[in-house]
Design a protein around this ligand. Structure first.
Ligand code: NAD
Length: 467
């Protein structure tokens, strides 16, 4: 009797599929198909149509995964992605143009320029917290720059993963785009393949895994990571304004934002003024029972819920603190009397919890910030522009915003990215195009003027040195 053939493991299947897909995409790239501006523009237009045609489906997926309020989806997912598509389409040909550079005396007769050429096969790995934005915005850059792309969406935002897998490929040329689905194991398998560029958004822990895998093939990487973003609040502030702005950006997307203000640094006197202001802001934003508010989302999954519930035990709850596992609900919370050694001050919070840490002076706040890893974003609030400028001048972070939350991220004219432990590389707008392009330094010389050029050749004489 014939023995039943055993099915290959799921991970082997993924490995096999990824192998076939990378081979197919490499062939497309080698044939030069993705290089013409028209081809690139067609892909970008496809992304635009994907967003327009499927808006409701995508909005539902965001609501199912994160119970994301429509307003938050609109401003942080749809409009940012649409803007990037629009910008790339409008500037594509200008961005693609060779860039002339100044020449030296010895190269006056030559042409010297920088050619922006696509890397080839790019891998984009996406996290779950802004699963549409963080898929489309890098994808716009990679396709505009003329690459082929393998996309690995997050398996945790599973409703969005499903919509992306079923719908997005219909809007793109299948010869230049592929998607691989899966979690850590499958992504590990995928990373064994050779790529020409890897763009990763996610945690510093997985960032290290990605960079280690990339090193094996000497593949360049962009790592868009997270961390703890300090928010310094000076005594010279209007507490109501600060409370509005800090609470809006801390509790946006239920705190699950890589650039959210992670903790407040302020004097005990400022804390006294800030707490009642935060209390009334939170009540105004989410009502007396935030659980029933349509303006507050939910924690992505049980694992993160339990992690956050553990953090509620740090310091003392001054506002909020309620939670309900059945609904993965955590109330907008403020913690005080927090010690630097407690978990809430050691790990990225990534939830609707805001600890306040007391410092006695601006110098102490700056020391506190500088003895920790460089954050992705840093915020400083003061009516004195001198104080804001000092925080900016004496610290380092991926990005910076004075007197507000992550507004700097909304500007495509600013580079977005981390530094140190919060990541490497930058994107958004033209920075994305440049990130996904190799900047090839080129010099073109004719065969003429050999008499002049021959003075450099051996046998060397003192005349060579005078050249
Ligand atoms: P994550 O690092 O756990 O996962 C990110 C991606 O990596 C997912 O697609 C996942 O499938 C994959 N992955 C997970 N474990 C892996 C492994 N062992 N090997 C290979 N691949 C693996 O991050 P997350 O939980 O999805 O997202 C939250 C983190 O992302 C936070 O730290 C946040 O600050 C950061 N983040 C950064 C930015 C930014 O722009 N800098 C934006 C959003 C989120």
């Amino acid at each position: 009797m014939e023995r039943p053939r055993s099915l290959p493991e799921r991970s082997q299947l993924i490995k096999g599929i990824a192998g076939i897909q990378t081979q197919r995409l490499r062939e497309t790239f080698s044939a030069g198909r993705t290089r013409p501006a028209e081809f690139r523009a067609t892909q970008l237009e496809g992304l635009g149509r994907f967003l327009r045609d499927n808006k409701q489906l995508l909005q539902e997926a965001l609501a199912r995964d994160l119970r994301k309020p429509d307003f938050e989806s609109e401003v942080s997912e749809f409009s940012m992605a649409q803007h990037e598509i629009h910008l790339a389409l409008r500037n594509l040909r200008a961005w693609m143009k060779d860039e002339k550079v100044p020449r030296s005396l010895g190269t006056q007769l030559d042409r010297a320029f920088i050619r922006k050429e696509p890397f080839g096969l790019v891998l984009i790995i996406v996290p779950w917290n802004y699963p549409l934005n963080l898929t489309l915005v890098p994808l716009v850059g990679a396709l505009a720059a003329g690459n082929c792309v393998v996309l690995k969406p997050s398996e945790i935002s599973k409703n969005m993963e499903q919509v992306l897998a079923e719908v997005l490929p219909r809007y793109l040329d299948q010869s230049c785009f592929a998607m691989v689905l899966g979690g850590p194991e499958e992504t590990g398998q995928l990373l064994e393949h050779r790529f020409d560029y890897i763009f990763f958004t996610g945690s510093p822990r997985v960032g290290r895994i990605v960079m280690t895998a990339a090193a094996k093939h000497l593949t360049p990487v962009t790592l868009e990571l997270g961390g703890k973003n300090p928010c310094y609040v000076d005594d010279n502030c209007d507490p109501e304004t600060v409370a509005n702005r800090v609470a809006f950006f801390r509790y946006f997307n239920t705190g699950q934002t890589c650039v959210a203000p992670d903790y407040v640094l302020c004097s005990p006197e400022m804390q006294e003024r800030l707490l009642p202001a935060l209390q009334s802001t939170i009540a105004r934003f989410f009502g007396e029972d935030p659980r029933s508010s349509p303006n507050l989302g939910r924690i992505i999954n049980d694992k993160h819920f339990q992690r956050l519930q553990g953090l509620l035990g740090c310091g003392r709850v001054a506002i909020g603190g309620q939670s309900d596992q059945s609904d993965r609900y955590i109330a907008p919370t403020v913690l005080v009397d927090v010690q630097e050694t407690e978990p809430v001050m050691q790990e990225e919070i990534f939830g609707p919890i805001l600890p306040i840490v007391n410092v006695r002076s601006l110098d102490e706040a700056i020391d506190f910030i500088n003895r920790r890893e460089k954050p992705l974003a840093l915020y400083a609030f003061s009516k004195s522009s001198e104080v804001v400028k000092q925080v900016l001048a004496r610290t380092s972070s991926g990005g910076f915003c004075g007197n507000d939350g992550f507004m700097h991220v909304s500007l495509a004219s600013l580079p977005f990215g981390g530094v140190g432990a919060s990541g490497m590389g930058r994107y958004h707008g033209k920075f994305s195009f440049d990130t996904f392009s190799h900047h090839r330094g080129c010099l073109l010389r004719s065969q003429g003027m050999e008499k002049i050029y021959s003075i450099r050749y051996p046998p060397y004489t003192p005349r060579n040195l005078r050249m």
